[in-house]
Design a protein around this ligand. Sequence first.
Ligand code: PLP
Length: 389
Amino acid sequence: MRSCLAGFLYFEPIMDRIYLDNAATTALDPLVLDAMMPYLTTRFGNPSSIYSYGRESRMGIENARKTVAKLLQAHPAEIFFTSGGTESSNTAITASVRDLGCKHIISSKIEHHATLHTVNYLYNKGEATLSFVNLLPNGHIDITHLEELLKTSTEKSLVTLMHANNEIGNMIDLHTIGSICKKYNAIFHSDTVQTVGHFPFNLKNTPVDFITGSGHKFHGPKGVGILYINENIKIQPFINGGSQERNMRAGTENLYGIVGFAKALEIASENYLVDKEKIQGLKFYMKEALETNIVGTYFNGDPNGNSLYAVLSASFPKTEKSEMLLFNLDINNICASGGSACTSGAEQGSHVIKALQSDSDSVTVRFSFSKYNTKSEIDQVVKKLKDMV
Ligand code: PLP
């Protein structure tokens, strides 16, 4: 047992419920809190101030930038700190249209709303045309159709496709898609919010122009993220004001968030192989348990194929009981979701599941796992689920 600066004694976050919604957000790692604590207390200087308090804060930010760049194998000048994945994707997509001359956007119907609402906004304003790439029955991108769209485009294109889908886990191959984009001189943005902190990036060798990351998806703090902008790309400032983030994003920096982001990424990278093996084990353990115990269960996407190891999207037969599934899970202190956290308050259902199966007669639950979950938790959840479906 160790003590952290906050004065508590613990190894892991204390949880009084079973939390299987780690694609929505993750618990803060106590070691991340440790790293952030000085910047929440004694090192409070404004990073733009020239005296020692300011210089210490500036050092915290620039060290964090170097750490993040090193771990993603990028150059520090390619890393911009933002408020999270939403801001990063909004910026990349809007800048591609307004600053880089992309008048045709190619995306997919299963992107996160941070992407979908941005591309629809630009389309509705008449700033770009919009095409959606076809999906294969297993939810993967139809690469032949993507190439067809690029080949026949009369305008410079932006391709915006997510690395791992937050609802079904399907992954794209960044190298394959990036190389096709290069062939047709298109800009390539990938929403990598579900993979930064869960995947070993080497951005020096990856043909992408923009990627995004969000601290709260890998046991870091909420409200902080990154936008990677390839060094060959030049865009206009995305928030005007002071000279922070090398004149690109004005406003006093989220100092402790940035420090926490870097620490969380460092921990995730150090433990990547061990954590991946454990979490993937939990995913397949649950998949098998559901298959064995609940007749009629099926899984969305391509869980055994190119899929994020932390996400399992399960559909159960629709019955009077199962229609209340999410509610019943909640009252049994089990946290899981029907889809993206951003839409869980709305009654429209998941746009991802709708895009995959238009006339589904099932109830879908996304289970997503972290290093803090255990097999015993999964046993308890499956046991409860048997009574709820
Ligand atoms: N993109 C994906 C795939 C996500 O899962 C999320 C999570 O909410 C976001 C974007 C938005 O990120 P943030 O919450 O940091 O704005």
